[in-house]
Design a protein around this ligand. Structure first.
Ligand SMILES: [Zn+2]
Ligand SMILES: [Zn+2]
Length: 216
C-alpha cells in the first residue's frame, strides 16, 4: 500500500533484509561528533547519542499523513490537523524501516570512508556488538541493542575544521581525551586492521552477484 506523505522510507537493504535470531553480531561502523570536548558519539543518520554501556535504539519515524487526509486536504496543506496524522513508528528494527544500530560486517565501512552522513566535526570509526532484535543484509546488520567494543582513532576530521597540521594535531588530541573520558575502559586502536583482528567481524553471506553465478 502506498501511503502518501509517509515519513522516512530509506531502509537500506544493505543493513537488513533478513531477520537474525540468535546470538550477537560484530560489525564496524562510524559515528559523528559535534565537538572535540565532551561531545558523545552520535549516529550519522539517527542522531542518537551513544553511551559506554548498552545502547538501545528507538524508532524515530515522524508522524505521517493518513490516506483520507491526503484526499480531503489535497488542495490546501495548511488544513491539516492533528487527526490527519498517524504514528509512523515501527515495532522496532522492522525490515521495512531504517531504525536500529547498523554496522558493516564486510569490513568496508563505506559511510566512514566516504564521509557519508550528517555533519558534526569529524567521523569516528569503531567496532560494535549488536544484539536483541537484529536484521542482516549483504553488507551488515541493524540491531536493536549495541555496545561499543573498541574505537579507532585518529578521527577523520571534516576539512573545514582543519586549517593546518598543527590545528589537526590539537583537535585529534582533544578528541582522544574526550573519548577516553566518555568511554572509559573501551580500547582505542590506531589501526583498523589490528582492531578487526582483535574483534573479528561476524561473517554474513554476501548476496550473490550476477557475475558470480557461473553464467559466463
Ligand atoms: Zn523503525
Ligand atoms: Zn490533513
Amino acid at each position: 500500500m502506498f501511503i502518501p506523505g509517509m515519513g522516512r522510507t530509506n531502509a537500506d537493504p544493505n543493513f537488513g533484509s533478513r531477520p537474525f535470531a540468535a546470538g550477537a553480531l560484530t560489525g564496524i561502523r562510524a559515528w559523528q561528533v559535534q565537538g572535540t570536548v565532551n561531545k558523545p558519539l552520535e549516529g550519522l543518520f539517527h542522531h542518537q547519542e551513544w553511551g559506554p554501556g548498552v545502547n538501545v535504539s528507538f524508532c524515530d519515524n515522524k508522524p505521517a499523513l493518513k490516506n483520507a487526509c491526503w484526499k480531503d486536504h489535497e488542495e490546501d496543506p495548511r488544513a491539516h490537523v492533528d487527526d490527519c496524522y498517524f504514528d509512523n513508528r515501527c515495532g522496532g528494527v522492522e525490515m521495512k524501516c531504517g531504525c536500529g544500530f547498523w554496522a558493516y560486517t564486510n569490513g568496508r565501512n563505506d559511510y566512514y570512508r566516504g564521509m557519508i552522513g550528517q555533519g558534526g566535526i569529524a567521523h569516528v570509526s569503531g567496532i560494535i556488538q549488536g544484539f536483541g532484535k537484529c536484521v542482516v543484509g549483504p553488507k551488515g546488520f541493524r540491531a536493536e541493542k549495541a555496545i561499543i567494543k573498541c574505537l579507532i582513532l585518529p578521527a577523520r576530521m571534516h576539512t573545514r575544521m582543519v586549517s593546518d597540521q598543527t590545528m589537526e594535531t590539537v583537535l585529534q588530541r582533544q578528541l582522544r581525551r574526550s573519548m577516553d573520558l566518555l568511554y572509559p575502559g573501551i580500547p582505542i586502536f590506531s589501526d583498523e586492521e589490528i582492531a578487526m583482528a582483535e574483534y573479528p567481524l561476524t561473517l554474513t553471506e554476501e548476496e550473490e552477484q550476477p557475475d558470480e553465478q557461473g553464467m559466463g
